[in-house]
Write a protein that binds this ligand. Structure first.
Ligand SMILES: [Zn+2]
Length: 252
């Protein structure tokens, strides 16, 4: 069985800029790039302004100079101490940006949500509408980068209360970022897969987890907790002192 392309995707999604070059994707298993572009998770973006020279074997990083010709063509060059002016292929400079909309749109369709999808914080927080899950109508949200040092700046844009369900892309949320019961927070990495060119969502795992919070106040048995594979059980609580919110730099 071939590996799930999303296993490669999750670490890329944890980087704030979420843009990749061909160089960075060179180590990916065959077919992963194709699978991620097919579902729209990777989209062609801008060209990189710096690149590693591959003409001399010194692996020095150089500024790229685009040269525009009168017929409209553009070629890219770098300066190599050994080889002088070296042309670089546009495909080597192309950056691929991660487009999270494809996941949001899939979730909206798969969960048959009602209401508009709203990106509350660009590339970080999405409100996906309401869906019938575990016996009640619930607002569905998706959040990204909730484990990052600047996660607390998202607090005012995230859902709160007992009914919402928050699907989390990336690491477990930092302590104090969320005002939700732990069972309402689902790690997307545990329930979303990509195979045969299509996303697949383990809706049952989500509903099982949400149902677990119904018996609020009851003692939860260790066996039951262990069976909830999708739960983010450990909210990050041991922040080093002095770690404060950082500005969100990808708001534009
Ligand atoms: Zn060189």
């Amino acid at each position: 069985m071939s590996p799930d392309p999303l296993d490669v995707f999750w670490p890329a999604a944890e980087v704030e800029a979420a843009a990749l070059t061909i160089d960075e994707m060179a180590s990916w298993p065959t077919g992963v790039f194709e699978a991620l572009t097919k579902v729209g998770l990777l989209r062609e973006g801008r060209t990189a302004s710096r690149v590693t020279c591959d003409a001399c074997g010194e692996s020095h990083v150089q500024e790229v100079t685009p040269v525009r010709y009168r017929d409209g063509t553009v070629r890219f060059f770098i300066r190599c101490p050994e080889h002088g002016r070296v042309e670089v292929d546009r495909s080597d400079l192309l950056q691929w940006s991660v487009d999270f909309k494809s996941i949001v749109q899939f979730l909206a369709a798969e969960l048959a949500t009602e209401g508009d999808v709203q990106e509350r914080v660009p590339r970080r927080v999405w409100q996906i509408g309401r869906a019938a899950l575990a016996g009640r109508s619930r607002p569905v949200w998706m959040g990204r980068g909730l484990s990052w040092p600047n996660a607390s700046t998202l607090s005012g844009f995230l859902p709160a209360g007992k009914s919402p369900v928050l699907l989390v892309l990336g690491g477990a949320p930092r302590a104090g970022v969320l005002s939700l019961p732990p069972d309402s927070v689902v790690s997307l990495g545990q329930v979303l897969t990509l195979s045969g060119g299509e996303f697949d969502l383990d809706r049952r795992a989500i509903e099982d987890q949400l149902s677990a919070s119904r018996g609020e106040g009851k003692q939860k048995s260790p066996v039951k907790r262990a069976s909830r594979a999708a739960a983010i059980d450990v909210l990050e609580s041991d922040l080093p002192p002095g770690v404060g919110p950082l500005p969100i730099t990808d708001l534009c």
